[in-house]
Design a protein around this ligand. Structure first.
Ligand code: C2E
Ligand code: MG
Ligand code: MG
Ligand code: MG
Length: 283
């Protein structure tokens, strides 16, 4: 019997699984090295005022150029960092680097993504406090973006964590709203400072009237609760116009700017300062 079962199991054996595991281990090892040797970088994507299209903030997005492989998406390596104990150091790096960099942009707010694994850590608030102090950035300029996955499992603890973070003076936003199990209840009880509507809700609004109505209803809901709304994934002017009309006060997407290196943000700010001077002279 045991022998048969063993054989049955053997026939289910799939060598591809070993390869998968080996590849994953290699990736994890490389990621660990990248974090330790400071090889991760940050890209910054403009956040713009929906009415004027003027950049008033940036979202920091982590980037990893894996040696011998090229760029790896954060959607691939963040989950791996989560399950391999690397998320703490990765998250700390991102937060510190983003705050440090944003210090040179007093006219911009800075948004930083926080993953469930960081948020779950009871010491998270302490290390946010520590980074704020260390980098001397004004807390009110910093927004932490969290996704809803963890909240559903631990609503009570989530609410407490959000309160503690807000007591430091930072803002807390709900990221990717509309992509998962979001519900009205969550919006009401957690005290988010802002909601970011997921790109998947934005994509088809100018071609699909049902999508448009879903999005409109979602924005209306947030506004009924007095929570300001950012829409992400804006790729066309048409979308930008519609989303402003529906009540989003902040927009983000390739139409306004892709994620870019810090120097490019510097250039944009410099151009803007020069344009202002010219306008003053002309006017
Ligand atoms: P997210 O926080 O929702 O970030 C927005 C993602 O949408 C970014 O992808 C951005 O490049 C992309 N995006 C923005 N505008 C457009 C657009 O108009 N069209 C399209 N097609 N895409 C657009 P990215 O950088 O690949 O990041 C993916 C996700 O990985 C992020 O989604 C976030 O959940 C996570 N992530 C990124 N950086 C970090 C980080 O530093 N820490 C943590 N914990 N998660 C991060
Ligand atoms: Mg985000
Ligand atoms: Mg998002
Ligand atoms: Mg998203």
């Amino acid at each position: 019997k045991a022998k048969e079962a063993g054989r049955a199991r053997m026939t289910l054996y799939d060598p591809a699984m070993d390869t998968d595991r080996a590849q994953r281990n290699a990736l994890e090892l490389d990621l660990r090295m990248a974090i330790e040797s400071g090889d991760l970088t940050l890209a910054y994507q403009p956040l713009v005022d929906a009415a004027t299209h003027e950049m008033n903030g940036v979202e920091a997005l982590v980037r990893w150029n894996r040696p011998g492989h090229g760029p790896v998406s954060p959607e691939v390596f963040i989950p791996i960092a989560e399950t391999s104990g690397l998320i703490e150091s990765l998250g700390l790096f991102v937060l510190r680097k983003a705050c440090e960099t944003a210090k040179q942009w007093p006219e911009l707010k800075i948004s930083v993504n926080v993953s469930p694994g960081q948020f779950r850590n009871p010491a998270f608030t302490d290390y946010v406090r520590y980074v704020l102090k260390q980098t001397e950035i004004e807390a009110s300029r910093v927004t932490l973006e969290i996704t809803e996955g963890y909240m559903i499992q631990n609503p009570q603890r989530t609410r407490q964590s959000i309160e503690r973070l807000k007591s430091l003076g930072v803002k807390v936003a709900l990221d990717d709203f509309g992509s998962g199990f979001s519900s009205i209840g969550y919006l009401r009880q957690f005290g988010f400072d802002r909601i970011k509507i997921d790109r998947s809700l934005v994509t088809d609004i100018t071609t699909d009237s049902r999508q448009r109505e879903m999005l409109q209803a979602t924005v209306a809901l947030a506004r009924a609760l007095d929570i300001p709304v950012t829409a992400e994934g804006i790729e066309t002017e048409e979308q930008a116009i519609a989303l402003r009309l529906f009540g989003c006060d902040c927009l983000q997407g390739y139409f306004f700017g892709k994620p870019m290196v810090a120097d490019q943000i510097n250039d944009l700010l410099q151009e803007r300062r020069e344009a202002r001077v010219l306008r003053r002279i002309a006017g």
